[in-house]
Ligand binder design. Structure first.
Ligand code: PMP
Length: 349
């Protein structure tokens, strides 16, 4: 028997544990499960475990940072009772803030760049957030880009607080204090490699820092980057994977990303990203978002070359349900320049 409880493959045989009872959906944030990729990673020397952040109440890892940013700001007094929260987000942070905001009495305004799925937009509206669209093409110094517009709206809205996920230390802290310790406990300290995509960098920085600190640097931390992102040193160009990579020059990289925690960054071609998303669904029955496909593609490479017996843990930031109109739609993929012919699920028409 390893740290993996084999009985957990069949719920009928799991020892009688009574599921937890919470006073609100906030109690559902964090404590997400790991699932082994039994089929996708078959025959590789290492075992690969996916951390399913879709199991958070808002459906992504961003619920963790939303909760911590709000609690920290309330405690320090910068977020007053009833104050409005303003954030720029491609969707998930907005959803997390909207969810935690409504349970803590804060209206939420989300500024997005238009590069957001129809499903995420609908979820944001369902949680009562107010949406504002920024100019997707606007560069770092343009007043119409999402971050600059969010700053302006926060300044002009009475009693508003800008949560600033790209600069707020509570973002990586959320992962240092929850995601990292969870993975450590779930693998009984046997993790050897940690893989994650990089958007704000909060996930890889906080989790990676914890795992390195815990092991004296033994755990290898590997970033997964889409084509077109400057994180992996390529020239900025269009990125077709939601929530990851950056088009900004190094001087404008977020303060929440600490490159010194990351040992290596691997780039994944767009086609492999989306093919991996489809294979996760059809081979391991895991319906996950594009950035999960990106990170899992890297995790599989890492597992193929790691010492036998290694344990690779990869973050799946969100689920596939919010991308049915994109990642799981061949016509959308085609329009994004990704040819889905020959994808593993044979759905291409
Ligand atoms: N995947 C998705 C879908 C995201 O929304 C984000 C956050 N932008 C990430 C991955 C990256 O997470 P982080 O911001 O912690 O680097």
């Amino acid at each position: 028997m390893t740290f993996l409880d084999e009985r957990a493959t069949d719920p009928g045989t799991v020892a009688a544990a009574i599921p937890a009872v919470f006073s609100s959906a906030i109690g559902l944030v964090g404590n997400t499960p790991l699932v082994e990729l039994r089929n996708l990673a078959v025959g590789l020397g290492a075992r690969v475990f996916v951390k399913l952040e879709s199991r958070n109440p808002g459906g992504s890892a961003k619920d963790r940072i939303a909760l911590r940013m709000i609690r920290t700001a309330e405690a320090s007094g910068v977020l007053r009772p009833g104050a409005t929260i303003v954030e720029s987000s491609s969707g998930n942070t907005g959803i997390g803030l909207a969810l935690v905001g409504l349970l803590t009495g804060h209206p939420v305004i989300i500024i997005h760049s238009g590069f957001i799925s129809a499903e995420k937009r609908a979820v944001l509206l369902a949680y009562g957030a107010q949406l504002v669209e920024a100019d997707w093409e606007a560069g770092p110094d343009d007043p119409n880009n999402a971050r600059a517009l969010a700053d302006r709206i926060a300044a002009e809205t009475p009693n508003a607080w800008r949560s600033s996920q790209y600069e707020n230390a509570a973002n990586p802290d959320a992962h240092f204090t929850t995601t990292g310790p969870e993975i450590w406990a779930q693998t009984a300290g046997s993790i050897t490699h940690f893989v994650a995509g990089i958007g704000t960098g909060g996930t890889i920085t906080g989790t990676g820092r914890f795992l390195k600190q815990q092991t004296g640097g033994r755990v290898r931390v590997i970033g997964a980057d889409p084509v077109g992102s400057t994180y992996s040193g390529s020239d900025s160009s269009t990125i077709v994977v939601d929530g990851v990579g950056t088009r900004w020059p190094r001087s404008n990289w977020p303060g929440t990303y600490d490159p010194s925690v990351v040992d290596e960054i691997q780039v994944v071609p767009d086609r492999l990203v989306y093919e991996t998303v489809r294979r996760l669904a059809v081979e391991d029955a895991l319906l996950l978002g594009p950035s999960s496909g990106l990170a899992v593609a890297v995790a599989l490479r890492v597992a193929a070359s790691a010492e036998p017996g290694s344990t690779v843990v990869v973050i799946a930031p969100d689920g596939g349900g919010n991308y049915l109109s994109k990642a799981f739609n061949d016509h959308w993929l085609e329009s994004a320049g990704v040819n889905a012919d020959g994808f593993a699920d044979g759905s291409s028409d």
